[in-house]
Design a protein around this ligand. Structure first.
Ligand code: ZN
Length: 206
């Protein structure tokens, strides 16, 4: 068992909240440990089919699942990345969801630096700020991010137990994805992880 100090310094990657996305998540998570990222695979996730069949069941189950996750992981990880996947036939892109504007700012700079000047890849990554009530944010365009509400409990994305970052990778087709798509996801995850650590190190030095 690793020491408490080591555990606190680690990032957690959650995969498999939706069962159809688990195979993609497993490929992406393949090399996570090498980067110092722990992986939690949800074995009994929720199927997308239920979303359309029974909305009430779906949203209740999902909330319960996230509350259980929250119990399991709070206090153990400072950063939690929740990986999902969707489909976008015209081309792959990613969406990053987080409530911390400061972190999104830092991450935007980090992604650009990681891909290097001239790369168009960071343009395929959209960042959104999670808010409780989107109608109240209309008057605050200064923050520079599109806002969205989250389908997961507030204690997860805003509870202060850890920094919650949702990541949705849009694949060219439904399924486990391609090696190129896994690499794209891994790179973004490593950027989120490294950017967070860099920010923390910066704070400690002050
Ligand atoms: Zn999902």
């Amino acid at each position: 068992m690793s020491g408490a100090h080591e555990a606190v310094a680690r990032t957690l990657l959650v995969i498999g909240v939706h069962t159809e996305e688990r195979a993609f998540g497993k490929h992406v998570a393949d090399e996570a440990e090498k980067s110092g990222i722990h992986v939690l695979c949800v074995d009994h996730g929720l199927s997308h089919k239920r979303r359309y069949g029974d909305f009430f069941y779906h949203s209740t189950f999902l909330k319960e699942l996230y509350l259980q996750l929250n119990q399991q992981i709070q206090g153990k990880y400072p950063l939690v990345i929740d990986l999902h996947s969707g489909v976008n036939e015209p081309g792959r892109f990613a969406e990053i969801y987080c409530k911390e504007t400061g972190f999104l700012d830092a991450l935007g700079r980090f992604l650009k630096a990681d891909w290097g000047a001239g790369s168009r890849e960071p343009e395929a990554i959209r960042m959104l700020k999670i808010v409780k009530d989107t109608s109240r944010c209309d008057g605050h365009p200064k923050q520079g991010y599109s806002v969205c509400r989250s389908f997961i409990p507030e204690t997860v994305w805003a509870g202060g137990h850890y920094l919650y970052v949702g990541l949705e990778i849009y694949l060219s087709a439904l399924g486990e994805g391609s090696p190129e798509e896994w690499r794209f996801a891994r790179r973004i995850i490593n950027c989120i992880h490294s950017c967070y650590r860099k920010q923390k190190d910066g704070c400690h030095q002050q």
